[in-house]
Each structure stands twice: as structure tokens, then as C-alpha cells.
Design a protein around this ligand. Structure first.
Ligand code: CP
Ligand code: NVA
Length: 300
């Protein structure tokens, strides 16, 4: 394993190993293995970020490496230099790259042409680092995901929904995608998913019923701003509020990858009531991503 480009391409064993290592690394940040000593890493971001940027910058330094942040607007990539040329230049100077962009193919191409460890820090297709951190949170809070039911509410065709679908395929927990027809996973995507693994439900109460984890994400993902008004209108019934949560299992946890838009996908009341889990998810980005870096830089 030299890269982390998607949850789709991981195995159950690889996911479990990274999550376990993330739990281990969390116990003592000062004892982080210095696997990046002498290494220069770059964060190449074409979209905004708070958590991902901060957690990778801190994590890479804690592992002994140096890190530079490159907004695509500031490098020639933003003026149209091809990703494969950017990759070939950087591959000759740096030791690893963390990329946030639009097309999944761009992280695939960067990994191929740079020849250095490459991590997908969010594309339109997947957000693998977030799901690994969230699995760590579920393990800490619920003891694991085996036998648990998670529902993902709202935009069921976004990057987070897709990464959760692949996590369910590999790990075997029950996943319900709760979304209105217009926001259900696309047919072309579902053709890649083994049939019968996930349930798609278009009634909010029905989607939440019997769930141990109720998960949501922003209704307007980065790049979809032009569709804001339509999305907010169509997704209104899918807000996580205290009324809807009555249908979930007793003790169900609410999760959100953040940033959250209170009054849209989640109420302020629910956000605050479940803040300990939600901000633990954010913290776990640091530990989980250090584990990812340790795994992909491991000399076999
Ligand atoms: N959840 C997440 O990736 O947050 P940022 O966009 O702030 O990095
Ligand atoms: N689906 C969201 C996730 C943000 C972390 C987006 O792509 O904007």
C-alpha cells in the first residue's frame, strides 16, 4: 500500500489495521514514530479546508517531516499546468503529497506520475481520510461497527456517502442511505457496488429507524454552490432534528464530518447535544491520518 486514493480500493484488513494504529497513536502524541525524518511533504489544495489542512500539517510534523501548503491558486496548476507535469516536477523534490481537488482522476494521475506516496484529502468522488477517522470514532464510542446500523442522510450521492458505501462493502456493517430520489447514489456508481450491500430509503423516519449512528454532511458540497437554493429546498425534510432522532435506537450517536450548517442539515440543538462525538471526529483526523502516513510509507 503506497497511496491512499479511495476507500473503494482498500481491503477490510487494511482499513482495520489503519484504524487500530490510529487508536494506538492517539494514546501518546509525543511518542509518534519519526517515520518522516528528513522528508518534505506538500499539501496541494484546490478547495477550502480547515480540519484536513491543520490535521495534516500537524500530523506530518509530529511524524518528523516538514510540510508546505500549496493552494492551487498560487501554483501553475491553477493556471492550467497539467496534473501529470506538476506531479513529475514534485516527485523529483518532495517525498509525499496530500491532494484536495475535484476529479478523482487527478489524484490517481498524481500518484502515478509523481511516484511518491499520495493521499486523497477529498475529491468529488471520495473523502477516505474522513471515513477512516470516523471509523476510529465509532470504535471508541460503540466498541466497533460489527452488527451496527449507520444511516447517512441528505446528499446520498456526495463524496462522503460514496466513501461510506465502500466502507460498508468492505467491513460488512449495515448502511442505509436516506435521501430523496434526486440525491440518491447514481445508477452508474451503484453498478460498481455489490448488489444487496446497502439499502436506499426515501423516507427520513424509515431511514433512521433502528440506527446506532445517524450521519450527515453539508447539503451543498464544495463545487455545487450554483445549486444551493434547489438543494436546500429539496433536502429540507432530511434535517437531523430531535423529532427525527426519536426514530433512531436508544443511545444512537449523531455524526457530522463538518463544517456544519446549523438550521440546514442539522439543528443547533442536536449539534450541541452531540458535540462531544462530532468534535472527536475532527480530532481523530489527526490520529487517523498519521496512521495512514505510517502505513503508506512503511518499507516492506
Ligand atoms: N471534514 C473536513 O474535511 O473538513 P475541512 O473541509 O475543514 O478540511
Ligand atoms: N461533501 C463535503 C465534505 C466536506 C468535508 C464537500 O465535498 O464539500
Amino acid at each position: 500500500m503506497n497511496h491512499l486514493l479511495s476507500i473503494e480500493e482498500l481491503s477490510r484488513e487494511q482499513i482495520e489495521k489503519i484504524v487500530d494504529l490510529g487508536c494506538e497513536l492517539k494514546k501518546d502524541r509525543k511518542a509518534s514514530p519519526q517515520v518522516l525524518t528528513g522528508q518534505q511533504w506538500a499539501l496541494i489544495f484546490s478547495k477550502s479546508s480547515t480540519r484536513t489542512r491543520v490535521s495534516f500539517e500537524v500530523g506530518i510534523r509530529e511524524l518528523g517531516g516538514s510540510v508546505m501548503f500549496l493552494s492551487s491558486a498560487d501554483i501553475q496548476l491553477g493556471r492550467g499546468e497539467p496534473i501529470k507535469d506538476t506531479a513529475r516536477v514534485m516527485g523529483r523534490m518532495i517525498h509525499g503529497a496530500v491532494i484536495r481537488t475535484f476529479a478523482q482522476q487527478d489524484v490517481v494521475d498524481f500518484a502515478q506520475y509523481s511516484g511518491i506516496p499520495t493521499i486523497n484529502a477529498l475529491t468529488d468522488d471520495e473523502h477516505p481520510c474522513q471515513v477512516i477517522a470516523d471509523l476510529q470514532t465509532i470504535k471508541e464510542r460503540l466498541g466497533g461497527w460489527q452488527g451496527k446500523r449507520l444511516c447517512f442522510l441528505g446528499d446520498g450521492d456526495c463524496n462522503m456517502a460514496r466513501s461510506w458505501i465502500w466502507a460498508s462493502v468492505h467491513l460488512g456493517f449495515e448502511l442505509v442511505i436516506g435521501a430523496p430520489k434526486a440525491f440518491q447514489p447514481q445508477e452508474s456508481f451503484m453498478q460498481r457496488v455489490p448488489s444487496g450491500t446497502i439499502r436506499i430509503v426515501d423516507d427520513p423516519a424509515e431511514a433512521v429507524r433502528g440506527c446506532d449512528v445517524v450521519y450527515t454532511d453539508v447539503w451543498v458540497s464544495m463545487g455545487k454552490e450554483a445549486e444551493s437554493a434547489d438543494r436546500i429546498e429539496t433536502l429540507k425534510p432530511w434535517q437531523i432534528n430531535s423529532e427525527l432522532l426519536k426514530h433512531a435506537n436508544q443511545g444512537a450517536i449523531v455524526m457530522h464530518c463538518l463544517p456544519a450548517y446549523r438550521g440546514k442539515e442539522i439543528t443547533d440543538e442536536v449539534m450541541e447535544a452531540h458535540a462531544d462525538v462530532i468534535f472527536e471526529q475532527a480530532e481523530n483526523r489527526l490520529h487517523a491520518q498519521k496512521a495512514i502516513i505510517v502505513e503508506i510509507t512503511r518499507k516492506s
